[in-house]
Structure formats: structure tokens, C-alpha cells
Ligand binder design. Structure first.
Ligand code: ADP
Length: 498
């Protein structure tokens, strides 16, 4: 029996999950690490702590599975994306804490580059919107604030990487400085058409080319991890992808038109669009899904800021429920939200509205409205927002969605999943294994060592529940129209009270 070790380096915790040859979970090691908030809007992680925590979870997972390192056939890596690490090549010491994707310290730099007219260049060449979220402005900030670093970086003595690069560099004891196509495409420095670091952007951000990692295949043997870390076992690092792209792979969405949605704090939707990138006209990001053996596949990506977080608000803000899962019980007490709409624009509205000033609203209250209606309408808002993003994707790529594959905490909610199928008019499929990002990294690594073909991976992906549309389409469209109207009024109201 062969086992794959998947390293899932997330925003709040490190996890190591061991998968068997059938793609089943054998064991999990998980540990949280510190979130550092030096100033409002700033978010940092200690890269050394991340590495040590990751190593600890590897040992925990191995122990829990009663396995030896020599039982592990390959390592796959998936990671929080965009988070920026800069370290000294000789000492291995980071020059400062990692700047996390959520960090907004470079927002004014993004305003400046928009004013200077760089926005459309960025969109055309990197597929991204000009935002502080991506690595480029974070790296620029580090180079500006630690002046001695730039000189060393020019000589290749100081290195930049996203978390995947940092882990691989440590796993190979400083031998390999690489990233994969999917992670590179989130830096806002990588040209996703020419498949190279973009010279114009490097010049604009004044970033030395010598500090950037080599961009490698998302599946395939990159290097053997340092033996001394694994009791002498020689384990190849054979799969790498950013978390959302790994989840797309973990759902076996290998063909154009296939899509997945992760229902976590927010929603992350990715739709595979094939071998040519689709430029969005509807506020989506164009991203590299993965690159394997020089063959690049692309995806459209959209995000919803507040999804599961709206359920947290029901729990912590309104105190209507004790646990997120109770939302299903209360919502099922009424057959219908009876005209009540909750628009959870607590932090503005993302795709396709892009209104950062919008604030939440509730519509359609009557004397008969109960707690159950409010809870139900809140759950329904997750499904409506998902439809907003998927409709934008269909407008961009012209490919009708056949099924939606789902994962994330709120995908456990059967009522929500049924309503999602009803509102989309397509099947919603929830798989047996919902650790989809980690599983995707394991699949990439397994493919990388020749353990599985893509067809075999597609066979390993198994549905636990299929939710089929039950609502008639007239009713579904009527309800969705009500949602669109509620959003329109929310945005208008936010303008009035600004
Ligand atoms: P993240 O990775 O963003 O932390 P998770 O995938 O762990 O998110 O999912 C947690 C989110 O899912 C929380 O916001 C929580 O409110 C929501 N959630 C968890 N279980 C349920 C449920 N049964 N019904 C609705 N929402 C849920």
C-alpha cells in the first residue's frame, strides 16, 4: 500500500493529512499558529513558526496512522495563497514576518497604480484585479521598508516566495527555490499568457528578478525532500497548488465547464475553462488552475465575502442559534422564507457588484416574520450569492454549468444545498471526502509519481449526496429576481446614507 502525505498550510492552521491509494483519509495532524496584528488592517505570520508547526503536524499524522516515513510515496503541498515571505538565502532567516493575503497595508499603493493607469495592464497580463490582496505590492513594501534587502536581492542573496516556496525551500534544506504555476498566478507579477515573470511589472514595482522562484509544474517530482527530516526516507515532493486550485483538482473538475464552490467563511468559486484563459467582463479573476508538463489549464474565480460568516452573525451577533449547524433545524421549521430577503453585505459586495460601500439589509418583514424566516433567508443568501457569481461566469465563458461540486463547512447543511440546487437549476454534488484542497494536493502528488492518471482520480472522486433541483423553474426565477431586487435596493440605500 502506498500513502501520500498532503501538507495543507492554511491561514489559521497547518494540517498534514495522509491519504491511501484509494484517496481515503488515513490520519490528520493539525495545529494552529499565531496571527499577528501589528496595526489595524495589518496581518502577519511568523514563517519559522509556520515551518515548525507544519513539521509537528507531519509527525502527528504519521504517528496517528502508525506509519513510518518509508511508507510515504510522495508529498503534496497546498497553501494559503498570496502570503508573502522574504528570506536570506544563506541563513534561512526571514527578513520580517510574512505579510498575509488579508493584509491591507498596501491599499494606497494600489490606488496609486490605478491612478497611473496600470489597472488594465494588470488585468490583461496577470488575469487579476489590482488589489492589495496579491503578493506584488506586499513584496514592494518589504523592499521599500528594509532598504538593505534590495541590494542583497539583486545579487540573489535574498529570496521571495509564497508559502509553497517557503515550505519547499525548507523541505529541501535550501536546495530548491521554486513555486508552481497556480501560486505564481496569484502574485500579480506573473504573465499568465507568456508564462514568465512580467518584466513591465517587475520594473514598476522595482523588484529584482534574481529573488523570484523558478516556476514549476504543479505535478511531477520536483526534488527529494531532505532525508534528515524524515529518518532517512527519500520522499519526493511531487505536487503543489494554491488552496482553491488544489480544491478544484481535488473535486476532479478537469473539464471546461466544471465548477466547485467552497462554502467557508466566504465562498470561493472556481470554474475550469480549459486550455485558453477567459478574460472576464463581469468582475471575475482569470487564474491558472494548474500547469502539468507544460500544459496549462485555466479557471475563472469569483468570491463571496460573507457566506458562513452570515451564519456566524446569526449565532454571535443576533444570538438566534447556539451552533452554526442549528441553522438547518430552525430554517426547516418554515417551508418558505415568505418574501424575507437578507442581504449580508456586511463588508461590501464582491462579484459581480463590486460595491465596497454597500452594507447589509433585510427586506420583506411582516408581523408574521419569525426567527425561522430570518435564519432561512440568511441561508438562502449564500445560495443567491453563489448564483450571482456562477451567472457571471457563464456570461464570460458561454459554458452552461452542468453540476456544482461543493465542500467547506456550510456544505454540510442539507437544506442549503437543496436550495442551492433549486436556485441554480443544476445538480449539486457533495463528495464523500470533503477535505478537498488537501486531497487535491495528494492527487497532484500521486499523479506526479505516476500513481494515478487523471481518469483514475476522476473515478476516486465519489458523491456522498446529490441534490437535484425540485423547485419549478418559474418559482426559482421569481425568488432569484426578488434577490436581485433586494441587492439593487441595498446598494441604492447605501449610497443615500453614505
Ligand atoms: P473557513 O475555512 O473559512 O474557516 P470552514 O470551511 O471551516 O470555513 O466553514 C466554517 C463556516 O461554515 C463558518 O462560517 C460557519 O458559520 C459555517 N457553517 C459550519 N457548519 C454549518 C452548517 N451546518 N450550516 C451552515 N453554516 C455552517
Amino acid at each position: 500500500m502506498k500513502y501520500i502525505l498532503s501538507l495543507d498550510q492554511g491561514t489559521t492552521s497547518c494540517r498534514s493529512i495522509i491519504f491511501d491509494q484509494q484517496g481515503r483519509i488515513v490520519s490528520i495532524g493539525q495545529k494552529e499558529f499565531r496571527q499577528i496584528y501589528p496595526q489595524p488592517g495589518w496581518v502577519e505570520h511568523d514563517p519559522i513558526e509556520i515551518w515548525n508547526t507544519q513539521l509537528q503536524t507531519i509527525r502527528d499524522a504519521l504517528q496517528a496512522a502508525f506509519l513510518k516515513f518509508s511508507d510515504i510515496a510522495a508529498i503534496g503541498i497546498t497553501n494559503q495563497r498570496e502570503t508573502t515571505v522574504v528570506w536570506d538565502k544563506k541563513t534561512g532567516q526571514p527578513v520580517c514576518n510574512a505579510i498575509v493575503w488579508q493584509d491591507r497595508r498596501t491599499a494606497s499603493l494600489c490606488d496609486k497604480l490605478k491612478a497611473e493607469g496600470l489597472e488594465s495592464y494588470i488585468r490583461q497580463n496577470t488575469g487579476l484585479v489590482a488589489d492589495a490582496y496579491f503578493s506584488a505590492t506586499k513584496l514592494h513594501w518589504i523592499l521599500e521598508h528594509f532598504p538593505h534587502v534590495r541590494q542583497k536581492a539583486q545579487a540573489g542573496q535574498v529570496l521571495f516566495g509564497t508559502i509553497d516556496s517557503w515550505l519547499i525551500w525548507n523541505l529541501t534544506k535550501g536546495w530548491l527555490h521554486v513555486t508552481d504555476y497556480s501560486n505564481a498566478s496569484r502574485t500579480m507579477l506573473y504573465n499568465i499568457h507568456k508564462l514568465e515573470w512580467d518584466a513591465t511589472l517587475l520594473e514598476y514595482f522595482n523588484i529584482p528578478r534574481a529573488m523570484l522562484p523558478e516556476v514549476c509544474s504543479s505535478a511531477g517530482i520536483l526534488e527529494i525532500a531532505d532525508k534528515s527530516l524524515f529518518e532517512g526516507a527519500e520522499i519526493p515532493i511531487a505536487g503543489v497548488a494554491g488552496d482553491q486550485q488544489a480544491a478544484l483538482f481535488g473535486h476532479a473538475c478537469f473539464q471546461a465547464g466544471m465548477a466547485k464552490n467552497t462554502y467557508g467563511t466566504g465562498c470561493f468559486l472556481l470554474k475550469h475553462t480549459g486550455k485558453t484563459p477567459v478574460r472576464s467582463k463581469h468582475g471575475l479573476i482569470t487564474t491558472i488552475a494548474w500547469g502539468i508538463d507544460q500544459q496549462i489549464e485555466y479557471a475563472l474565480e469569483g468570491s463571496v465575502f460573507i457566506a458562513g460568516a452570515a451564519v456566524q452573525w446569526l449565532r454571535d451577533g443576533l444570538k438566534l442559534i447556539d451552533h452554526a449547524a442549528d441553522s438547518e433545524y430552525f430554517a426547516s421549521k418554515v417551508p418558505h422564507s415568505e418574501g424575507v430577503y437578507v442581504v449580508p453585505a456586511f463588508a461590501g459586495l464582491g462579484t459581480p457588484y463590486w460595491d465596497m460601500y454597500a452594507r447589509g439589509a433585510i427586506f420583506g418583514l411582516t408581523r408574521g416574520t419569525t426567527k425561522a424566516h430570518l435564519i432561512r433567508a440568511t441561508l438562502e443568501s449564500l445560495a443567491f450569492q453563489t448564483r450571482d457569481v456562477l451567472d457571471a461566469m457563464t456570461k464570460d465563458d458561454g459554458l452552461a454549468l452542468k453540476t456544482l461540486r461543493v465542500d467547506g463547512g456550510a456544505a454540510a447543511n442539507n437544506l442549503l444545498m437543496q436550495f442551492q440546487a433549486d436556485i441554480l437549476g443544476v445538480e449539486v454534488q457533495r463528495p464523500e471526502v470533503i477535505e478537498t484542497a488537501a486531497r487535491g494536493a495528494a492527487f497532484l502528488a500521486g499523479a506526479g509519481i505516476g500513481l494515478w492518471t487523471k481518469d483514475q482520480i476522476a473515478q476516486l472522486w465519489k458523491v456522498e449526496t446529490t441534490f437535484r433541483p425540485q423547485m419549478n423553474s418559474y418559482e426559482a426565477e421569481k425568488r432569484y429576481h426578488g434577490w436581485q431586487e433586494a441587492v439593487r435596493r441595498t446598494m441604492n440605500w447605501s449610497k443615500i446614507v453614505q
